[in-house]
Ligand binder design. Structure first.
Ligand code: HEM
Length: 167
């Protein structure tokens, strides 16, 4: 049933495009425009809404990547339980890819569940909370940029490892 495997690969690719392409669009297009157009606290509130909306796309994409990635591996006869000790290049590259996927999931949770909500709360009180709230918001916003930048770089590394798998 070649068409079924092709469809599974297709879903894996489309989910990767939505997840990594969406992040590239945010970083390279949307955020620079918002930075020029809006003052910081207002920008944070808009970015928070974008982040909440993108979180839905992210978790659906990550879920699809996990399921179709597992099926891709089944098709190649991957022995999941002995993957950490794999001797083949394919197994080693796949294991490295899965370690990066775990790191990406952890960073996505950190960003979406902890940093994002805190920055949004600070941005909404910044106008009445005085300079302290604003300084704290800025510090968290910088940390959040570092976390999401690292997340993007790890995702690009994952796509490189994926290219090694299929080449
Ligand atoms: C952030 C998450 C992920 C991204 C961005 C990603 C991206 C990709 C891409 C672009 C390909 C090449 C697809 C092709 O040409 O067929 C690929 C292949 C592959 N992916 Fe993923 N992937 C992710 C997560 C996973 C996970 C969680 C697994 C395993 C559970 C997995 C297993 C595989 C396998 C086995 C292949 C190779 C298929 C083959 O040998 O034909 N991926 N991945």
């Amino acid at each position: 049933m070649d068409w079924v495997w092709a469809a599974i690969r297709w879903v894996h690719l489309v989910a990767a495009i939505a997840w990594v392409g969406g992040q590239l669009f945010l970083v390279l297009v949307l955020l620079p425009v918002l930075r020029r157009a809006l003052p910081p606290a207002q920008r944070t509130l808009i970015v928070a809404q974008l982040g909440q909306r993108f979180a839905v796309v992210s978790w659906i994409s990550l879920g699809l990547l996990l399921v179709t990635g597992f099926l891709n591996g089944e098709r190649r006869g991957v022995a999941w339980e002995s993957l950490p000790a794999a001797q083949s290049t394919y197994g080693q590259v796949l294991f490295a890819k899965l370690c990066l996927v775990a790191a990406v999931i952890a960073l996505t949770l950190l960003h979406g569940q902890i940093l994002g909500p805190r920055i949004t709360r600070l941005a909404s009180v910044a106008s009445i909370g005085g300079p302290d709230a604003e300084t704290h918001r800025r510090r968290l916003a910088r940390l959040s940029i570092i976390v999401s930048g690292t997340n993007l770089l790890l995702n690009l590394a994952i796509v490189y490892l994926a290219a090694r798998l299929v080449s």
